[in-house]
Ligand binder design. Structure first.
Ligand SMILES: Cc1ncc(COP(=O)(O)O)c(C=O)c1O
Length: 481
């Protein structure tokens, strides 16, 4: 066979519908079995941790051999060696367990590969995202003037919102002329903010020195007098305060800032008010917990990550603007080969308003999941994981040998083991975390608060129960002993 014939034969095989059907069925069977075994009895280890160098070597050794590896064989191995976010004892970072339906929607999206930069390249997804933006803005208490876009992750989401703030507050077209030679500015950012906010400020060319830190209280909420003093300090340093960022909720402890007071402060001082609600916006769905976001309606912009608390596979972030027109001013770069009309007339071409050109069909995954289960399912999910955090905190309080860093407000719980007679509690928490990682039967992370080390759990899996968490405390005691 000539090389060309060989290639054409391979193309036929790669796109053979019957081979795809057989591999697809086998793969779904594999995933269903994996899901069925995602529990402490079926699979005792959440993360079978391997040294990064060993992991790299094992795949590097097999790279050239891959064409001879059957798909089920390699998928089985990928599953066995990965972090199992479907496991009820995955209680680590804020990346959520995937709703299996959303993963199926993801497969359909990857299969179609409708990039969604422009309407023609993703007509269904573009319309679905438009619908979702209206739904989310409505939950925030905004009217029909609001608008927004989907983008890949909270980091890009915060940057997109702050770029809009920069353009809105500027006296000229900064997109065209840049910030060089401009008087220095300040962006007020709580000390508890995610690092992506500082990074966005640096990326915009303002320099990290433009971040005016706002002091937080002992529960990690913005201090109102901290706002006054950050504003005054910035002005004294010859900087023009431009925007205020608040958290709903903060990454480390899940603390919700007082958005009403922060929003009033921003309005009174003429600041753009951005709320990083990447993690906490989903609480808008819960009748029991939505009051945590009181005041969100005062924001000029906020972000909402569906891959944090809406059970969506990463990445899917909504960036929402109270005055929807702002979203059209953020990126005023023109790409005439893509667009025919002005940006506003072309709401259906998202690339006008996002950092990215091509994106995955992200909104489709959420739309399909909402259509399959209804909003009440997601409301129930938020209420139950927030309730579970409170129950876990009560268990910790009653234990006598653990303490929480703060009473949880969301589904994030920071705590530590107070082993009797232990001189160095920080070293103990580090040792506990390292041992948990090595044993693998729970996935827990750690954070630094008030100069000390704390264990940190995000209760993000709807199948985690209080018994799992009691077992975790038991395991930590055993490690301590
Ligand atoms: C409050 C907050 N904002 C932004 C981000 C960044 O989001 P992403 O990881 O999707 O870029 C995170 C991530 O944990 C976060 O907790």
């Amino acid at each position: 066979m000539s090389p060309l014939d060989e290639y054409q034969d391979l193309v036929k095989k790669a796109f053979d519908p019957e081979a795809f059907r057989a591999e697809g069925h086998a793969t779904i069977d594999l995933l269903a079995d994996f899901l069925a075994a995602s529990n402490p009895i079926g699979r005792p280890r959440v993360l079978p941790y391997e040294d990064p160098g060993d992991m790299l070597k094992s795949w590097a050794d097999r790279f050239g051999a891959l064409p001879r590896t059957s798909l089920p064989e390699i998928f089985k191995e990928i599953l066995a060696r990965s972090n199992d976010l479907l496991h009820p004892r995955y209680v680590g970072h804020q990346c959520t367990t995937s709703l299996p339906t959303a993963a199926l929607a993801g497969l359909v999206g990857q299969f179609l590969n409708n990039g969604s930069a422009v309407y023609e390249m993703g007509p269904v997804n573009v319309a679905m995202e438009r619908q979702l933006v209206g739904w989310m803005a409505g939950l925030a208490g905004w009217g029909t003037g609001a608008d927004g876009v989907f983008t890949s992750g909270g980091t890009i989401g915060n940057l997109t919102a702050l770029l809009a703030a920069r353009q809105a507050m500027a006296e000229k077209n900064v997109w065209a002329t840049g910030v060089a030679g401009e008087p220095p500015i300040a962006i007020l950012v709580p000390e508890s903010s995610h690092y992506s906010v500082k990074r966005a400020v640096a990326v915009m060319g303002f320099g990290e020195d433009s971040v005016a830190p706002v002091a937080v209280d002992d529960r990690f909420h913005i201090r109102l007098e901290g706002l006054e003093s950050a504003f005054a300090t910035a002005e004294r340093a010859g900087r023009r305060p431009l925007a205020l960022v608040a958290n709903a909720c903060s990454t480390a402890t899940g603390s919700f800032d007082d958005l009403e007071s922060a929003g009033d402060f921003a309005r009174d001082r003429g600041l753009w008010f951005h709320v990083d609600a990447a993690h906490g916006a989903a609480a808008l769905l819960s009748p029991k917990y939505r009051s945590l976001l009181k005041g969100l309606e005062k924001a000029d912009s906020f972000i909402w990550d569906a891959h944090k608390n809406l059970l969506m596979p990463a990445l899917i972030t909504a960036v929402l603007f109270r005055e929807g027109d702002r979203s059209y001013e953020t990126f005023s770069a023109k790409a005439s080969y893509l667009f025919e009309k002005t940006a506003r007339e072309e709401w259906y071409n998202p690339a006008h308003r996002t950092m990215e050109c091509t994106k995955t069909m992200m909104g489709m995954r959420l739309f399909v999941s909402l259509a399959a289960y209804g909003t009440d399912f997601f409301a129930g999910y938020i209420t139950s994981v927030y309730d579970l955090a409170r129950e876990f905190a009560a268990e910790i309080r009653d234990s006598g040998d653990f303490e929480t860093a703060v009473e949880p407000e969301s589904n994030i719980v920071c705590f530590r083991y107070l082993k009797r007679g232990e001189a160095d509690l920080d070293a103990l928490q580090r040792r506990v975390r390292r041992t948990l990682l090595r044993r693998g039967d729970f996935y827990v992370v750690q954070t630094a608060l008030r100069g000390h080390v704390w264990l940190r759990c995000t209760l993000i899996n709807p199948r985690t129960t209080i018994s799992d968490l009691k077992a975790l405390l038991g395991e930590i005691r055993a490690i301590g002993a």
